[in-house]
Write a protein that binds this ligand. Structure first.
Ligand SMILES: NC(=O)c1ccc[n+]([C@@H]2O[C@H](COP(=O)([O-])OP(=O)(O)OC[C@H]3O[C@@H](n4cnc5c(N)ncnc54)[C@H](OP(=O)(O)O)[C@@H]3O)[C@@H](O)[C@H]2O)c1
Length: 438
């Protein structure tokens, strides 16, 4: 074991700078840091300015979310360790003020870059400005920091989805990322949108793959690492099962399938889908930070990639997943009448979004890809038993059948805002009806 100190010991006294801390994954990272590494010095969240909201109101907005219930009940004082730095990653110096840059250079030990546009079909200019150019700024700023232990760049497993075997290496793209950045500055939107995405299904994976390569080439003198989650779902167990606050990824199609609106999703049913619970992802991110941050000579090592995925370690097929959701829809029926009576029925809008979303992800659902995740297994071997428990990311232990129930109920409670009491009622009813059949 090379990394002698524990994960909480590593983060103790550290200042963590997070972009995208107001997003789905970013919030979960903040929550876990505060809960499991309470000795951190401070978390700096880079966030865009919002009209009529002060920094402390914005922090409160984040920490008021149900995700923070456990901490709020046990240790609400710890929220004082969050500071908000106003910025915008598309701007020079990430839009940070001179004073905040000073804090950044003097104090920051760990950078977690999670901000991105996750919309698949943004015009190329927006995708380049948000998902690629900021990496260049971040490398420039990170080089000026005095005590940087680690820079974690959150990417996606789909950066090279057209390869059938996705390894934990950085793939060389067909374009030079710097050329694309230059073109995005000089060409009009129309001209830029004519650029071939070179096999990429959308501007999201295109720009994310260029960003990975840029970091590996220009940030090789930094303790940098690339982290690639697959499709992030609800939490599995931490801080409680089922939390989610984002209708991205597979959530809309799964939900619509469960309530019988979406009947025959076009996908190769025996193909493997790659899902990864939110807390598994967060635990792995923090463990990767610890590994790089405690590594001798991390600055001089090549930038590594971690595939945070389940398909090669604990596969689940589309068929298993979708039939599981259909079963959930029967066990916990959905009250359409009530939903359609709402003043502005969200359900109708969601049906539209689902079809749209479904077409956007077809590139992934209709191809057979293997995502290899060997680095997470190697990482586990470096961790103590205690850290393995507290920062559990062993996706091999996930029981998908029971997780489908967690995922489904989490979606209904946290996205659909339904009262969970109704689920207990249906569960009892379901049990009674099963008894009668026997
Ligand atoms: N969710 C998944 O299934 C998944 C899977 C694979 C990879 N990822 C990667 O994980 C990361 C986080 O994704 P997510 O699901 O948490 O997305 P999300 O919920 O959409 O959050 C995106 C975050 O980025 C911030 N952001 C966007 N543009 C910005 C700008 N110009 N300046 C400053 N902040 C900006 C947003 O801030 P505002 O609050 O101001 O909008 C928000 O905090 C992304 O890099 C994504 O590519 C996610």
């Amino acid at each position: 074991m090379s990394n002698q100190i524990s994960i909480p010991e590593f983060y103790s006294g550290k200042n963590i700078f997070i972009t995208g801390g107001t997003g789905f994954l970013g919030k979960a990272i903040v929550e876990k840091l505060l809960r499991s590494c309470p000795e951190i010095d401070r978390i700096y969240l880079l966030a865009r300015a919002k009209k009529n909201k002060t920094a402390s109101e914005r922090i409160q907005e984040i920490t008021d979310a149900p995700l923070f219930d456990v901490i709020r009940a046990k240790n609400p004082e710890i929220f004082k360790k969050i500071s908000l730095l106003e910025g915008d990653i598309i701007k020079e110096n990430l839009g940070l003020s001179d004073n905040d840059l000073k804090i950044f250079y003097e104090k920051v030990n760990v950078i977690i870059h999670s901000a991105a546009t996750i919309s698949f079909n943004e015009p190329l200019k927006i995708a380049v400005n948000t998902n690629l150019q900021p990496i260049k700024e971040l490398i420039k700023l990170a080089r000026k920091t005095k005590r940087l232990d680690c820079l974690i760049h959150i990417s996606t497993i789909y950066t090279n989805w057209f390869e059938r075997d996705i390894r934990e290496k950085i793939y060389k793209p067909k374009y030079d990322p710097n050329e694309i950045i230059e073109m995005s500055k000089t060409l009009t939107d129309e001209e830029l949108n004519k650029i071939s995405l070179m096999g990429h299904a959308n501007t999201y994976t295109f720009t994310k793959s260029l960003a990975e390569y840029l970091l590996s080439q220009e940030g090789h003198d930094l303790p940098a690492v690339i982290f690639r989650p697959s499709v992030v779902t609800t939490t599995l167990k931490e801080p409680f099962p089922g939390w989610i606050d984002n209708w991205g990824g597979t959530a809309p199609t799964l939900f619509m399938t469960s309530i019988g609106i979406f009947k025959h999703p076009r996908m190769e049913k025996d193909y493997i889908i790659d899902l990864i619970p939110c807390d598994t992802t967060v635990n792995m991110i923090l463990a990767v930070g610890w590994k790089v941050g405690t590594e001798q000579n991390a600055k001089n090592l090549p930038v590594e990639a971690y595939n945070c995925s389940s398909s090669s370690l604990n596969p689940i097929s589309y068929k298993e997943l979708y039939s599981g959701f259909v079963e959930m829809g029967r066990k916990y029926p959905y009250n359409f009448t009530l939903k359609l009576k709402e003043k502005k029925p969200k359900l109708i809008k969601m049906i539209d979004t689902t079809y749209d979303n479904y077409h956007k992800v077809k590139f992934a659902t209709t191809t057979r890809t293997t995502f290899h995740s060997e680095n997470p297994i190697k990482l586990m071997k470096l961790m103590s038993q205690k850290d393995l428990q507290e920062f559990d990311f062993d996706v091999r232990k996930v029981n998908w059948k029971s997780f489908i129930e967690t995922y489904y109920l989490g979606m209904r409670q946290y996205l659909g805002k339904e009262n969970p009491i109704i689920f207990q009622f249906y569960e009892r009813k379901f049990k009674d009806s099963s008894l009668k059949i026997i």
